[in-house]
Design a binder for this molecule. Structure first.
Ligand code: SF4
Length: 331
């Protein structure tokens, strides 16, 4: 089989700006186009540039865009999270074109680089947000950054709210690239065994080495990042073939997808074989598998089926909520 070719015709639908948050907020929770959750809870935002993923980070682009929102109240919430910098190798002299105002120059120069500033902002007014929504939701916690970089006190408050909000029937998704930092901050003794089941701790991986390290961290009981509750993995953006067989039995859910750039343009190549291989592992292990997006014909598309089978399978608790309250595309 030639890499990059679909194994069969896959019906697809155009994807919305899945990461982007709509302007609509309900009791502090935001409607979202991310298809596997129904609300986002942006209680913390921000990240740093330490990991390779920072280069093409969707959250960074989104925070920069929102910091330039026409509504100053919205723009203010994103202030200071991102900045544009002239790279050291830049040879363009923009001064004659844009004058002495450096920020204006950097803003317009095409060789500039968008960076996280390293500021991690907490929004105290949103700490209780999930308690104000009585209809059960699948809530993605802090999607615009890495929660692992927040301080321990903030993470404790977030977990306390989750603990209380579980009574309302919500399911919570957390995703990190630094499980070794995040998990020790989660106040586990505060939970009883049943409540662990509603906080889904996931790791995001683009390559095999990421998967081995991060999935191993949450699944291996001897690791400081070990999470005794429900575990999931997001292979997005997937940049190479990933063999998930080592940890698939310890994971409750696998989400997979290609890289998507601004304007839903496809990024680096994504091969259908990679999806077929992960699907096979998930089916064999009896685990749900969700193919979020693929690149096809110069566009990023959301497939609905592959070889006649649905490609969006979620764990029962999450799937039940998704069926009742389908996600709303952002404005
Ligand atoms: S960890 Fe997440 S938020 Fe931070 S740079 Fe990487 S992709 Fe972006």
């Amino acid at each position: 089989m030639r890499p990059g070719r679909p194994t069969c015709r896959a019906p697809v639908v155009s994807a919305g700006e899945s990461g982007s948050e709509g302007r609509d907020a309900v009791n502090g929770l935001h409607k979202t186009g991310i298809p596997f959750c129904t609300r986002t809870w942006p209680v913390v935002r921000g990240c740093d540039n330490a990991l390779r993923c920072a280069r093409n980070c969707w959250a960074k682009r989104d925070c920069w865009r929102m910091a330039h929102h026409s509504d100053p109240k919205i723009a203010e919430q994103f202030e200071g999270l991102t900045e544009k910098q002239c790279p050291p190798y830049c040879t363009e002299d923009c001064r004659p074109f844009y004058g002495a105002d450096a920020s204006k120059r950097i803003d317009r120069c095409r060789s500039n680089r968008l960076m996280w500033t390293g500021l991690i902002r907490t929004y105290p007014e949103l700490l209780d947000a999930p308690l104000g929504t009585r209809k059960p939701q699948v809530i993605f916690v802090a999607p615009q950054g890495d929660l692992a970089l927040a301080d321990g006190a903030t993470v404790s408050k977030i977990v306390r709210t989750i603990y209380m909000a579980i009574e309302l029937g919500h399911e919570f998704l957390m995703l990190t690239k630094r499980p070794g930092l995040l998990v020790p901050m989660l106040p586990r003794p505060a939970f009883d065994a049943g409540r662990f089941d509603h906080l889904w701790l996931g790791v995001s991986c683009s390559r095999q080495a990421d998967f081995d390290e991060r999935a191993g961290a949450i699944c291996d009981p001897s690791s400081p990042g070990y999470w005794p509750g429900r575990r999931w993995v997001s292979l997005e953006p997937q940049l190479e073939a990933i063999d998930v067989s080592r940890w698939i039995g310890s994971l409750s859910w696998t989400v997979q997808g290609c890289e998507s750039l601004a304007g839903r343009r496809p990024g680096r190549p994504f091969h259908w074989d990679w999806a077929a291989a992960v699907r096979r592992e998930c089916i064999e292990a009896g685990r749900p598998w969700w193919l979020k997006q693929v690149s096809q014909g110069g566009r990023v598309l959301e497939p609905v089926s592959m070889c006649g089978r649905l490609v969006r399978d979620a764990p029962e608790a999450i799937g039940a909520i998704l069926q009742k309250c389908s996600p709303v595309a952002p404005e």
